[in-house]
Design a protein around this ligand. Structure first.
Ligand code: PLP
Length: 436
């Protein structure tokens, strides 16, 4: 069977049997999946027809060390041959989970020294909300239950994480989000302060924020915002949870994004880049104070745990992945290549008249599309057209078009080299020109 025939057959099976996550199922039924990828190498993916693309989103902001890393496959294989999995409930443990917890405690700033493992970011979020409420209950303040999150924030799809997510279409699909989740504007510390006053600090358990909002369109708060947030949380006895699921592990040019502001949260949520997507894993890194409270309260019993909390093979892959990030100075590369990418976006802003605001920090960035005459958004988003043109020419990007946005977002693997950034910019330029 030739590749074209094989592709046709796979598309039919895909349409019939595979419910794609966060997708237009109608579009999938009508057109089939446009790409069936078969191979990845560095920053490139190749599909079943042999079409190669520079993958400028690290898939879902997560393949930080790039594709085709034999070392990670070997780490998984070696651990799976020895001991793929063991229960970590009660008195049981395993070596990779212990070593990874210690490594994360070492990397995380300040008082963040204890780690609870999950299988991904949504589970890390739901864990954090439960632990925040439980912490206050143990401290004799069971009425502190509310979680304040930010508009346009994205925290995942479990019921708690959906309820914290500030993108309305996700909330609407959940029909009835969990109670006690509130939202504030993403950039105003004054608005947060006002909401706390209105609701009463003694009813609020935690404030959660992504240091840079990813799925919401790469929205970056102004300098000093998170320092103000930290102060407001401290003054009101509110835990500050940083969702570093996208921004962790070098994405912004620091190991963790809040380091740019020298702010230490009470809990830090990790997933995605922790294994560069080679195997599912997430983590909640807790402060010493929270660990102490959890350990001392109610006989120190924690009735919260996933089958896969502390999965041995996943933890072994994470350890190797972090070793690669450190050995290859990928945090520094993110900073340098990110600056180059942003400079390229600024040049495109001068050259192509549909490019509006551009922004970025390290290897995460965004470009707004605007009407050249009005400088406002087009009535129908144009970013998806740019994305289609880019894919044809060999570049994968993502678009954000909810709530009237018309934005292209970027998060290439942290291994990207200067000539690959130039290739990204060149294809982007050609694609913008093709639709302008
Ligand atoms: N938090 C943030 C900031 C995310 O971007 C995501 C996923 O995109 C999540 C949480 C949810 O993670 P997962 O999809 O691994 O459940």
């Amino acid at each position: 069977m030739d590749q074209a025939e094989k592709r046709k057959q796979l598309i039919e099976l895909d349409k019939k049997h595979f419910i794609h996550p966060t997708s237009s199922l109608k579009h999938q039924q009508e057109h089939g999946a446009p790409f069936i990828f078969t191979e990845g190498n560095g920053v490139y993916l190749t599909d079943i027809t042999g079409h190669r693309v520079l993958e400028a989103m690290s898939s879902l902001w997560n393949v930080n060390v790039g594709y085709g890393r034999a070392e990670l496959a070997e780490a998984a294989r070696d651990q799976m041959k020895k001991l793929a999995f063991t229960n970590c409930f009660s008195s049981m443990s395993n070596e990779p989970a212990i070593k990874l917890a210690a490594k994360l405690a070492n990397l995380a700033p300040g008082h963040l020294n204890a780690v609870f493992f999950t299988s991904g970011g949504s589970e890390a979020n739901d864990t954090a909300y439960k632990l925040a409420r439980y912490y206050w209950k143990l401290k004799g303040k069971p009425q502190k239950t509310k979680i304040i999150a930010r508009k346009k924030g994205y925290h995942g799809v479990n019921i708690g994480a959906t309820s914290a997510t500030g993108i309305l279409s996700f909330q609407e699909m959940a029909i009835s989000p969990a109670p006690d989740f509130l939202h504030v504007g993403p950039f105003s510390a004054a608005e947060l302060k006002k909401l706390i006053e209105t609701e009463g600090a003694d009813t609020i358990a935690a404030f959660i924020a992504e240091p840079i909002q990813g799925a919401g369109g790469v929205n970056i708060a102004s300098d000093g915002y998170f320092q103000e947030v930290r102060t407001i949380c401290d003054r009101n006895d509110i835990l500050f949870i940083a969702d570093e699921v996208i921004t962790g592990f070098g994405r912004t040019g620091k190991m963790f994004a809040l380091e740019h502001e020298r702010v230490v949260p009470d809990m830090m949520l990790l997933a995605k880049g922790i294994t560069s997507g080679y195997i599912p894993l997430g983590a909640v890194v807790l402060s010493d104070a929270i660990q102490k409270e959890l350990t001392s309260g109610t006989d120190g019993v924690l009735l919260h745990g996933y089958t896969y909390s502390g999965h041995a093979a996943a933890c072994a892959v994470a350890l190797k992945n972090i070793e690669i990030i450190e050995r290859e100075n990928l945090v520094e590369n993110s900073r340098i290549m990110g600056a180059k990418m942003l400079e390229g976006f600024r040049n495109l802003q001068q050259e192509v008249n549909i490019v509006g605001e551009v922004r970025g920090l390290g290897l995460i960035g965004a470009m707004e599309i605007i009407h050249p005459a009005t400088k406002l958004r087009f009535p129908v988003p144009v970013a998806p057209e740019v994305s289609k043109e880019a894919a044809k020419r060999g570049l994968m990007v993502r678009t954000v078009v909810f709530e009237g946005m018309d934005t292209i977002v970027f998060a290439p693997p942290l291994i990207i080299k200067a000539h690959e950034v130039e290739e990204l910019l060149h294809i982007l330029q050609q694609s913008l020109i093709a639709v302008q």
